[in-house]
Design a binder for this molecule. Structure first.
Ligand code: 5GP
Ligand code: ZN
Length: 119
């Protein structure tokens, strides 16, 4: 097998430290980084270390991963002091919803004027 042609998604490369990123939190199961192209003053990405493509393909047995990501987002918002200002969680599910990176991830956004956002 020629590994030159092996495709690894960008978040898997970040997990393996093959690509640099600003890491906010990391444990054996998940990673939190700053988005490279932030859409709000706070824009973090939370994702499992296991490569799971999308919520669309997530299996029932892995559903607690989602709970872990949401709970971590809540904890970070409190620890970093922006929970009281409000924050938005976005989970793009599939290309049709704007998911570009094919590795399940949760956006945590805060500090923007969200009144202009569609939802
Ligand atoms: P999606 O549209 O798939 O829900 O969101 C993917 C997000 O990943 C985008 O907001 C994009 O800016 C971010 N992103 C893509 N490549 C990189 C990267 O190499 N490093 C970091 N930190 N963020 C990235
Ligand atoms: Zn991946």
């Amino acid at each position: 097998m020629n590994f030159d042609f092996y495709y690894m998604c960008v978040f898997c490369q970040i997990i393996k430290k093959q690509i640099n990123s600003e890491i906010v939190y990391e444990d054996e199961k998940m990673m939190v980084i700053k988005d490279i192209n932030p859409k709000a003053p706070v824009h973090l990405l939370l994702f499992p270390k296991r490569h799971i493509e999308s919520l669309v393909t997530l299996r029932l047995k892995d559903r607690l991963l989602i709970e872990g990501l949401i709970w971590k987002a809540k904890s970070l918002a409190e620890e970093q002091g922006f929970a009281s200002n409000g924050y938005k969680l976005v989970l793009n599910c599939g290309q049709g919803a704007g998911q570009v990176v094919p590795h399940l991830h949760l956006h945590l956004l805060s500090g923007a004027d969200f009144s202009k956002w569609p939802v």
